[in-house]
Design a protein around this ligand. Structure first.
Ligand code: ZN
Length: 423
């Protein structure tokens, strides 16, 4: 029996297992998803040691060592969904004036921001909100993400704009990571020039690089900058990203969101991922392709602000990998359902269903540099997976935002089931 595999846990009775391979064997849906019907997965110490058809797994695994068997109930199993771009540490409300101005008075997002509303409203609210309240909001939002099958989320600071406030937000993300089974990837975001520094942009840039960055460094794994007519210009953004990457942070940027800004062209070679892309140019697409930069796009943000959608199918035709994300934040996308994002990607962007699943699992893992650990179900990978009580994986994109029954398993441990967080 020495050729048998040792495992301590088996997940069985999986109707459809989506392994989401790095290099699909073909262009058909089943190839893109690595679909196995009637499957099981064997784990040892939280990692995958064997997977495939259930009878093959049963034949391969040494039964005497198995301590636990989890019945997937004939459902669909995917790698845990992942959201690689959220503003999780911000105050989650306070933008009703912006909303009503946009919806009823025909104002727009950039104009509201120029008048001191928008992001700056959330800066004021976040600075004023006691820690305990921010923590309890954060936990509630994490629960909502998990209810929709998410196991890892990126969270940014960026609603304080000074060193102590940005540090406070990153410490909050650390506390959330330690107190909730959701894995959190923390990012320092250089979001805007504060109004009181409007006339001293250069000294604020120096302050970011020499004051904020060194202070937040122990709590950040990524750096992000908002490169936009209402925030930092291209040269400033480059300097910020360079300072962050020199300190070992993973670089990302918000680009070409509110207007065409040639930000992609300027930053594609300096960032692992670029977010938004609603106004990306032809040259920007060529640059992303040449640099193998991962895109991150936000259908729920376009929907919420009535802005153009990023050209998803164009990126796909060029072979550019991109993640779908909520961009969760109180102003431009107060949405914690990646399944709603999936639905919008189908409805509004006409993305092919299998590509939607890849953009919710493997591609966000690539954006965060985690794709050798999670985002795919294969030998040696972490057992971070979600079980959906569905007969057909395509119902992950058809349900508007209704979560089906979801079980989330992290490192081989069930952390969410029957609509509850398990302690
Ligand atoms: Zn964002």
């Amino acid at each position: 029996m020495s050729s048998q595999t040792n495992a301590d846990l088996i997940i069985f009775n999986i109707k459809q297992l989506l392994t989401v391979p790095h290099k699909p064997s073909g262009e058909e849906e089943n190839d893109l998803l690595g679909l196995v019907e009637g499957a099981a997965i064997a784990l040892s110490e939280g990692r995958i040691v064997f997977l495939g058809k259930e009878e093959e797994v049963r034949a391969q695994v040494n039964p005497s060592l198995i301590k636990l068997e989890i019945d997937a109930g004939g459902g669909v199993v995917t790698p845990c969904l992942m959201d690689c771009h959220t503003h999780l540490s911000g105050f989650p409300y306070g933008r009703a004036d912006d909303f009503t101005a946009r919806v009823y008075k025909d104002s727009d997002y950039a104009n509201i921001a120029r008048k001191g509303g928008g992001i700056l409203t959330t800066v004021r609210e976040t600075r004023a909100c006691p820690e305990e309240r921010l923590l309890s909001y954060g936990k509630r939002i994490l629960n909502e993400f998990m209810r929709h099958g998410v196991g890892t989320i990126e969270g940014k600071s960026g609603y304080s704009l000074d060193a102590s406030g940005e540090l406070r937000q990153l410490k909050l993300l650390d506390q959330l990571d330690k107190s909730h089974p959701m894995s959190i990837f923390p990012t320092y975001l250089a979001h805007m020039v504060p109004p009181e520094k409007k006339e001293q942009r250069e000294s604020y840039l120096t302050y970011i690089i020499h004051e904020i960055l060194p202070q937040v460094l122990p709590f950040a794994r990524g750096i992000d900058v908002f490169c936009d007519p209402i925030a930092f210009n291209r040269e400033e953004s480059l300097q910020i990203l360079k300072a962050g990457t020199e300190k070992g942070l993973l670089a990302s940027a918000h680009v070409d969101q509110t207007a065409p800004f040639q930000a992609v062209e300027a930053l594609a070679s300096s960032a692992t991922s670029l977010s938004h892309l609603e106004n990306i140019s032809e040259e920007g697409i060529a640059q992303m392709k040449a640099q193998n930069t991962v895109g991150i796009v936000f259908p729920s943000c376009s929907f919420h602000l009535d802005l153009p959608f990023a050209p998803a199918n164009r990126l796909l035709r060029e072979g550019i990998d991109f993640a779908l994300s909520t961009d969760w934040n109180p102003g431009s996308s107060p949405c914690s359902s990646l399944l709603f994002v999936a639905y919008l990607a189908a409805k509004k962007m006409k993305m092919p269903p299998a590509q939607i699943i890849r953009s919710l699992t493997l591609h966000p893992a690539r954006a965060l540099g985690l794709d050798q650990e999670i985002g795919h179900l294969g030998l040696g990978y972490k057992a971070d997976l979600s079980i959906f009580q569905l007969d057909d994986w395509r119902d992950l994109i058809t349900q508007c935002s209704n979560p089906p029954g979801v079980t989330v398993i992290k490192n081989g441990k069930t952390v969410w089931a029957n609509d509850c967080l398990l302690k």
